[in-house]
Write a protein that binds this ligand. Structure first.
Ligand code: GCB
Length: 732
């Protein structure tokens, strides 16, 4: 018999790297899941602490069958962990997101002390080290003690479930051949059961293999019919394991994108980070379920589980809800020459541990990995090794990558994974909205044989900020809507995009940020970090994707308006919407997704939108002066050049790169600046040098926006003298 004993209670915690010899009574008592960074780096939280902390727990010898084994299971120890039992060092594990198991049988006494040193400090080998999210530390997913008989299925190697199921679907015959492999330590027979059929097989070299025919097959077919089968395996010792699996066929086509079970199935959805306000990444099943309910409500059929391996519970929920998953490892932002081994280990664990999930359709090799530097030969080799590993471990799923916008479309890096994807933020960080359209049109025309997707796009919004004239960079809910309305169109008009993922479904912790009125939070979510507030843009996607009838009036948090006539926007999946002001109909509009009305304001008004049985209501007020609470006030700095005497007939940093390059004198100044930036750590400049594609894209962007993108890589003094030099050159 196999027993799983939860080990989440009775821990003692302290920030130290010294392993104690007895349970330290004075340390903080904690229950798992636990992180020490729950609110660090955010408003009201502590400073972001990264380092080594110790978790200790006393436990009695578990009951074991003769020659049985006791195995500790860690579901998430961030980022690296060293496991000690009774002072003996038993394991070192380098990945904060995967499961690992340790056989502790040989060191057990009657009374035992388990100590786990968990380290989320900086180093140069374990990913992630540089990324736009908080690297929480802790035993944040729980620990189990598993006891098994002497003869048992494999548990330790790569955190394997011990059973691997590969369905191969024949759509024409409505049948599937299901191959089941198991790994175990004995040579005795293995009884495998699939869909009520039982087969007993004899293992060879520790591996058993059985094949089943399911006909007719019930397909795993998206949210409407996510049918799951179960495969189980049993040994004579009584050890038994099981896994769920699904039968589905997927294709990826350059011209028409993704196909599920033979039908075009455009993947349209969102990305998810796992963390949540006040809890960090230490979640329970309740939080995972709530996230899934929100994902279902918005109507997404896919989720990119970024930027690391997520909890098993969440992949399970995706299986159960028919949500297609992009899974990936945290090989992100900056390639580390010492990190190759770690990327391979994290990928091996990701694939081995998640192979049976029908929801997963691809493995992501890396994210924006050339954001901090060029695609060096070492980086290329790392990607080739990862790509080969994925193919060796899994011949059924393609590999993919999320490229940074700066990566040249003809870079050989793009050829490594089977299919590709770009993260673009035109219209938010830089450039204009229509650059997104142009980018994909050019890519698709130039490379009609490549499968391309849109792995990230988004704009930050703080629901406190509002404007009737929204613009890029203002952090208003209204600009987030303008941005996503455009992007929804971009996507709708390009059915060849195999998948598109909004960045992000939820706001998430990013310790390095302090902007848009919040510290330590990336606010590109459709829903706030605490999951309590759905921003207006949430309902735009719901209107486009969900079949559940609704109307939603935007701008409910923008109640005070200093204008005689205001625009009221309604998002709905209904064919027409009627708007009433104080009970009086002011119009009915037919259309799709977005319905806009001009509404006269004189005092306080009740605005109601109605469509069929759906209705929504908000209150608006005509005020004399704009409500200053709605305005995002940037910190007292920055636009130093606004203060200078600005000569509009001369060049300045406000001009586009195209205009500046056109004039030989300003082009020479720019060239010098690029050289100097490359010498420091300006990401954009480094990638721009010799990158014809990027230079072409940059032509439409202002120098000012590029400087903002480069952040502190361009010192204020340098920008000032640059602007002064440009202001000497008269425009012809
Ligand atoms: C990206 C990254 C993601 C960031 C996002 C952003 O391209 O892949 O990790 O959070 O941009 O919001 O800037």
């Amino acid at each position: 018999m196999r027993n799983i004993i939860e080990f989440n209670e009775g821990w003692r915690f302290f920030k130290t790297d010294e392993v104690p010899s007895a349970l330290p009574a004075g340390w903080e008592a904690v229950t798992l899941p636990h992180t020490w960074n729950a609110a660090d780096g955010q408003d009201g939280g502590n400073d972001y602490w990264r380092g080594t902390a110790m978790y200790c727990k006393a436990f009695d010898r578990p009951d074991l069958e003769p020659n049985g084994r006791a195995i500790l299971e860690f579901l998430g120890a961030a980022m690296t962990a060293d496991v000690y039992v009774n002072g003996r060092h038993l394991a070192h594990h380098e990945s904060g997101y995967s499961t690992f198991r340790v056989d502790v049988t040989d060191v057990l006494g009657d009374e035992n002390l388990l100590c786990v040193a968990v380290d989320n400090g900086a180093n140069d080998r374990v990913y992630p080290q540089k990324a736009d999210f908080t690297f929480y530390g802790g035993l944040y997913r729980g620990v189990n003690l598993i006891t098994v008989p002497a003869e048992h299925f494999e548990l330790v190697k790569d955190g394997t479930p011990g059973i691997k199921v590969t369905p191969s679907v024949n759509l024409k015959n409505q049948a599937a051949i299901v191959s089941v492999e198991t790994w175990q330590n004995g040579s005795g027979p293995v009884t495998v059961t699939v869909a009520g059929e039982e087969k007993t097989v004899t293992p060879k070299d520790g591996r058993a293999c059985a094949e089943f025919l399911i006909a007719p097959v019930h397909l795993w077919n998206g949210p409407d019919d996510p049918y799951l089968y179960t495969a189980s395996a049993k040994l004579a010792s009584g050890d038994e394991i099981s896994t769920r699996f699904g039968c589905r066929e997927t294709w990826f086509r350059p011209e028409n994108g993704f196909f599920l079970n033979g039908r075009p199935y455009p993947l349209r959805g969102v990305s998810r980070h796992q963390d949540r306000q006040g809890m960090g990444n230490a979640l329970t099943i309740r939080e995972h379920q709530e996230d899934m309910a929100i994902l279902r409500e918005i109507g997404a059929n896919t989720v990119r589980l970024a930027h690391y391996q997520h909890a098993q519970e969440f992949y399970d929920l995706c299986d159960e809800n028919g949500i297609i998953v992009w899974a990936e490892i945290p090989y992100i932002t900056e390639h580390m020459s010492n990190g190759r081994q770690n990327t391979l280990e994290q990928m091996r664990e990701l694939v081995v541990q998640n192979y049976n999930h029908p929801s997963i359709v691809c493995w992501g090799l890396s994210n924006e990995i050339t954001a901090s530097g060029a695609a060096t030969e070492d980086l290329m080799e790392n990607h080739r090794a990862l790509n080969d590993l994925c193919h060796r471990l899994d011949s059924t799923r393609p590999t993919t990558m999320a490229h940074v916008f700066m990566l040249e479309t003809d870079s050989p890096l793009i050829d490594i994974p089977d299919i590709g994807s770009y993260n673009l933020y035109f219209g938010w960080y830089l450039g204009g909205l229509t650059q997104n359209d142009r980018f994909f049109d050019e890519f698709h025309t130039k490379f009609p044989g490549r499968v391309i997707g849109f792995s990230e796009y988004g704009a930050d919004a703080n629901p406190q900020f509002h404007s009737s004239a929204p613009e890029r960079g203002d952090y208003t809910e209204e600009y987030q809507c303008v941005y996503h309305e455009h992007l929804l169109k971009v996507i709708g008009e390009r059915p060849y995009l195999w998948a598109t993922h909004v960045w992000n479904l939820f706001d998430f912790a990013a310790d390095g940020r302090d902007e848009g009125g919040k510290k330590g939070v990336n606010q590109k979510g459709m829903v706030t970090f605490d999951r309590k507030l759905k921003k207006d843009a949430f309902y735009l996607y719901k209107a486009a994707w969900s079949g559940e009838p609704f109307v939603h009036i935007c701008g409910r948090r923008y109640a005070d308006r200093a204008e005689n006539t205001t625009q009221v926007k309604v998002y709905s999946n209904q064919p027409s919407v009627t708007l009433r002001i104080d009970g009086r109909v002011i119009g009915t509009k037919a259309g799709k997704t977005v319905f806009t009305f001009d509404v006269p304001l004189t005092g306080e008004h009740e605005i109601e939108a109605v469509s069929g049985g759906c209705r929504d209501k908000i209150t608006l007020r005509r005020v004399a002066e704009p409500n200053r609470e709605y305005l995002f006030r940037k910190a007292e700095v920055v636009n130093w050049f606004d203060k200078e005497d600005y000569k509009p007939d001369c060049y300045s940093v406000k001009d586009t790169m195209g205009a500046l390059m056109h004039n030989p004198r300003s082009a020479a100044i720019l060239g010098k600046m690029m050289e100097r930036m490359s010498a420091s750590r300006g990401d954009v400049a480094k990638s721009a040098n010799g990158n014809a594609n990027l230079q072409r894209m940059m032509a439409g962007m202002s120098l000012e926006s590029l400087i903002k993108q480069a952040g502190d890589a361009v010192p204020a003094e340098m920008v000032k003298s640059l602007n002064a030099a440009l202001q000497q050159i008269r425009k012809d």
